[in-house]
Design a protein around this ligand. Structure first.
Ligand code: C2G
Length: 446
């Protein structure tokens, strides 16, 4: 019996896939089809897959060509599978010509003709309009955002708004966009808006964009009060629009896995979360300007509070802060946020250096995420018995903004208002704690 194996994503299964599977089957007597898992595809940069793994497996089964369907979940699995299933022929489309020659050591490699004129990418593009994104603000993060959108299907940044003409023009020139200085003109040219303007302008821009019927992705700190956050989410709901806080770590694969591991109980009950984040900033810069809501708390609390709230929830009971101030801004803040059955703390610096780790302690063990934990690519689960320790590695691609952009677009396309990676109520809770700090509630200067 000749055994054949082939692999693919098989998203929006089409005639090209059918031809490939038929030809692969014709090469032998028994066809094994490896369907990529969602996380494997994300890991190899395929961020736009529409059907989830179960739907894709069902679609492959329904073709009737596969005698067996398996899941491909890791790099190097092809070699394992070929040996495990005693495969004679590895077949793949000619778009991969030469790429799998290394498998010749284990079995025969056949490149089958690819069907021209059809692809999942084309189908995805046809089934969805390209969202014209406008960027408000033209600072550092906005510069990083534009190239990241190129990694996400269906997203295209077309315009930038900055009331200062030279800045808008320079940004537009650099990224090939249209420049605007007036909000009313800008907003008509776009379907969705990414707000990366100075902190204190977020609320106003978000409100005006939603009122104009545009979806919004807003940089952190989202807004400065609970009321503002609630009002904006209500407005988005009313207008049937997606409003999302751009808390990039919340959407990255490794951080998501930490949350699910903790919820599944691998470290027992969580009793303490410690998150630290510091970035030293030399003056003059808006981070050190009180008039622009600078300070360690507004800069870094959104990500650290996101982590704590994702792990311990929104039902905290009290919070207090200790700050070192300089020229009216906190260059260092330590906060303690207590829960009925757990405690947490965050240390944030823009003029004081902290270690930048995240440590989650539970009744069975702890998770250690080394600095910079907010760009999570590695973490370790540790126990009293060190032989049980386990290390986890992930890729954190590019600037990491592609994950939040993908989620934002997916919410828009699939008509979802809320995302489990960062719930609206969690975003509101973050705004509330920042508001308490700015109102000087339980703040001690040191
Ligand atoms: N294919 C084809 N003609 C098309 C489109 C795809 O023959 N018009 C083939 C591909 O060459 C591949 C299979 O269909 O052999 C599945 O294609 P995809 O779903 O795009 O998966 P791919 O990313 O090619 O998976 O481990 C995964 C594999 O290495 C490749």
């Amino acid at each position: 019996m000749t055994k054949v194996i082939t692999y693919g994503t098989y998203d929006l299964l089409h005639q090209g896939h059918l031809n490939l599977l038929r030809r692969a089957k014709e090469l032998g007597d028994y066809l094994i089809v490896g369907v990529t898992s969602d996380s494997f595809d994300r890991g190899r940069g395929k961020l736009n897959v529409r059907n989830n793994v179960l739907e894709r497996v069902e679609a492959v089964k329904a073709t009737g060509f596969a005698d067996e369907v398996i899941i491909e979940d890791y790099l190097g699995q092809k070699i394992d599978d070929i040996q495990k299933y005693d495969v004679d022929i590895f077949a793949i489309g000619s778009d991969w010509e030469g790429k799998f020659d290394y498998l010749n050591e284990y079995c025969k490699v056949v490149y089958l003709p690819r069907t021209e004129g059809i692809s999942s990418t084309m189908l995805r593009a046809e089934s969805q309009d390209v969202f014209r994104i406008g960027v408000i603000g033209s600072g550092r993060i906005a510069h990083r955002f534009v190239p990241e959108t190129k990694m996400v299907n269906g997203a295209e940044v077309v315009a930038v708004l900055n009331p200062e003409k030279e800045k808008a023009d320079a940004f537009a020139k650099m990224h090939g966009l249209e420049a605007f200085t007036e909000f009313e003109e800008f907003i008509q040219k776009v379907d969705a808006v990414y707000i990366a303007s100075p902190h204190l302008s977020h609320y106003d821009y978000a409100k005006r964009s939603l009122q104009a019927g545009k979806h919004v992705l807003c940089e952190i700190p989202f807004v400065m009060s609970k009321e503002q956050a609630l009002e904006l989410y209500r407005l988005a709901e009313e207008k049937n629009l997606v409003l999302m806080e751009a808390s990039k770590t919340a959407y990255c694969p490794a951080f998501g896995h930490i949350v699910t591991l903790v919820k599944s109980g691998i470290i027992g009950d969580v009793v303490d979360v410690k998150a630290s984040l510091s970035k030293m900033v030399p003056p003059p810069t808006r981070e050190l300007d009180a008039a622009q809501a600078g300070g360690a708390m507004t800069e870094h609390a959104p990500l650290t509070l996101m982590a704590i709230i994702k792990l311990l929830g929104i039902d905290w009971k009290d919070v207090n802060f200790h700050s070192r101030m300089e020229n009216g801004v906190d260059i260092y803040t330590k906060g303690v946020l207590n829960y009925p059955h757990a405690t947490s703390s965050f240390t944030l610096g823009i003029g004081v250096k902290t270690e930048g780790n995240l440590v989650i302690s539970g009744t069975k063990g702890y998770i250690y995420v080394p600095a910079p934990w907010w760009l999570t690519s590695f973490f370790e689960v540790r126990y009293e018995d060190q032989t049980k320790n386990k290390k986890y590695f992930y890729s954190y691609d590019g600037e990491g903004l592609r994950y939040e952009i993908q989620e934002w677009l997916s919410m828009i396309v699939n008509d979802r208002r809320s995302c489990y990676k960062l719930r609206r109520r969690e975003s509101v809770a973050i705004a509330e704690i920042i508001e308490k700090y700015r109102n000087k509630e339980n703040v001690t200067e040191i």
